[in-house]
Each structure stands twice: as C-alpha cells, then as structure tokens.
Design a protein around this ligand. Sequence first.
Ligand SMILES: Cc1ncc(COP(=O)(O)O)c(C=O)c1O
Length: 426
Amino acid sequence: MKLSAFGRKFTRNSGILRLMDDLGSAISAGSGKMLMLGGGNPAHIPEVQKYFRTRMESILANGKEFEQTIGDYDGPQGENGFIEVLAELLRKEYGWKIGPENIALTNGSQTAFFFLFNMFAGKGSYGGSRIRRKILFPLAPEYIGYADMGLSDDFFAARKPGIEMLGSQIFKYHVDFSNLKVSGEIGAICVSRPTNPTGNVLTDDEIMNLSDIAGSHDIPLIIDNAYGTPFPNIIFTDAKPIWNENIVMCMSLSKLGLPGLRTGIVIANRKIISSISAMNAIFSLAPGGFGVSLAYDIVASGKIISISRDIIRPFYQAKAETAVSHIQREFKDCGCCIHKPEGALFLWLWFKGLPISSMELYERLKKRGVLIVPGNYFFPGMDGSWKHRNECIRLTYAQDDGVVRKGISIMADEVRKIRRTGNKSR
Ligand SMILES: Cc1ncc(COP(=O)(O)O)c(C=O)c1O
C-alpha cells in the first residue's frame, strides 16, 4: 500500500490506537480474561442505564419518534431541539449568556478536538503573518487522545506542572504560572478538567487565570469537560462550570453512560460554532442524532444535573475511595504515590525511582493479565527527558471493585519484585 503523508501519519501505531485496541480485545474476550484497568470506558451504572432503557422504550412507543430519529439527517450543527433545551438549561442554571448559536454537536468530543486543534494550530496566515502555531497544554500530563491529532508534526507545546506533596503517599499537580510564557507561536490553550489521566481538577482560579492569559493573547482557552461539571460531574472538589466568549467548552454524553452513541457538544462563540458546523458538513455531513434523542428529556427537564450530582458523582467517588484504600494497603512501603483523586475515572500512580520504565511495567503487567496505561503517552508536546514521565501509570477504577482490587494486588506484587531485583525480568 503506497500511502500519502496523511495516510502514514494517521495509520501509524499511536498510543490511542493501542489503548482502544486493548480495550476492544479485553471487552470481546469477555469478563475474567483480562483485568481491564486500562481504557476510559465508563461504568455501567444500573440506575442510569435503567433511565436510558425507559427513555428508549418511550421513543419506540411514541408515534414516529423512532423512525424520525433513525431516518433523518440533522443539520450540520446538530439536532435543533436538543441544542435549544441545552442552551436554555445552561442560561437558567449558570447564567451563561448563550443561545442555540453557541452550541454545535459532533460525533463524540474526540472529533471536536480534531476540528478545534487544526483550526487554531498548524501552518497558516495568522493576522497576516505566515507562521506555524501550536496548541499549548499548560499542565502536562494531558489526555493521550490529543497526541496524534495534529495534521502536521511538532503541533503541541506542554509545560511541566508544579508538584505539591500532600503527605507521604499523595501529591497534586498545579499549573506553574511562573513558567507559562505564551508566545506568538501558540494558537490555543487547552486543558482537560478533570484531567485525564491524573484526576486533577484545575481550580476556578487556575481556569480564570488561563482564560485571562488566553484572552490577552487573543487566542481561545479550550476546556475539555468530558468528565466535568455540570454533567457528568465526576468531580469530587468544588469546581464551578465556567464559560465566557473566549472559552471553548467541549462536553460529551459518553461518560454520562452513552459512549456508544458518540455525542460531543461544543459551546463557544458563534464564529467558532459556525466553523464546527462547516467542518461537520465536510467530514460527516451531520452529527448522529441518537445520543441527543436519548438524552433530550433529561436536558429539557434539567434532570441531567441531578442525575450527575446524585447518582454518577457519588458512584465514582465511592469507587475512587475504595481503589485508593486498596493501593495504600497493597503498596505500603513500596514507593507508590497517588495523585490526589479529584475527579474523572482514573488514578495516576507515581513509582519514584522505579528501575524500569512505565512502558516495561505495562508489558510485564499485561503478561500477568492486568492492563494499565503507561504514563509516557500522556505528555504530548513535551520534549526533553523528564524522568517523571516514565515513572507514572494510569489505571481506571470504573470497573467492578473485585477486578480493580485484584489488578492492584498483582501490580503491587510486580512492583515489589522489580524494586527487589532491579530491572531483571523474573
Ligand atoms: C479527557 C477526554 N476528552 C475527550 C474524550 C473523548 O470522548 P468522546 O469522544 O467519547 O466524547 C475522552 C474519552 O475518553 C477523554 O477522556
């Protein structure tokens, strides 16, 4: 097969491909085969799934609603009725000054990031000067799924975080504003909040500061709110939903429980929204309508906020606490620090001074039937040899508690052996 540069770039062995392959094979192998602490599949929360089942039954029973949902294309901005009720909800609950012209839907928020990143970075004529711009991650580690999205190489810039130790086993990253120089080569700033992979939640002050910095350079701040507030609200700290004309807020129905329906939501100023619609038309004609159809009622009634606050958040918070207590027990005296779990579905573990890389640890654990994600993938845009990036791993606690516990104890056993024997394989 003779491939173009595009063909080569987007078919190579990316971190996200490996992650999704692992996820797909673990799911198709069935439960019990692999302890799946790798990918970001949300849990099947019975109350939430029951709600969507009931809603599906009412779509089927309700005149031609089913036939219309499956039988018609929406416009390139996405289904109008859903966009209107969502704008109204966000206006009413949070006072955001938005209307339907501020919202576009995409086929998953992953697609939205591809559009946005390539809109604001890469080669171009920005305000008359022909330069190459980059997307800046002000706090690495950041989401593995961004890493290969640029249409050109050398597409990202990233900054190291400040690391605060909170006791001997817990730490937290902060944006290091003293090291955050934004030059003319930066086209947009992007953060995930909560952050995948660490579960960090940038404070309201950090977000406001980033928004001011972006505003003063006339570039947008993109906030990846896939796990954030107000839905699915997998956040265990106080965090306000913050939006202004210079913020591009990307949301998703995936972590609410609908990853199979590929529904992303972009909230931004009207120029950005019409650009997203234009790209939707070219790349996929229109976003799929099934996710918004299933979620329409809970958005129109505002129940999406209480489901997120009262069912989804406590579900994950309890799982996070259980997983942390397993880790603290299993890794006692074994050199493992946990990033303070403030949200999302993940724990980020730091094995300071481990004599093998996180990639080798991943391979060894895979052989023992445990899938995790090596940390080195989560530093897109960061060059140099920061040892820390090879000392961390991400695991998800969204799976069954028994699976998580078993996976953690195998991991602790392996790490203990590695620390005892140096980098020799068993
Ligand atoms: C931080 C983050 N952003 C975006 C996405 C993309 O989600 P989706 O395309 O399902 O909306 C994910 C998926 O795991 C994620 O973890």
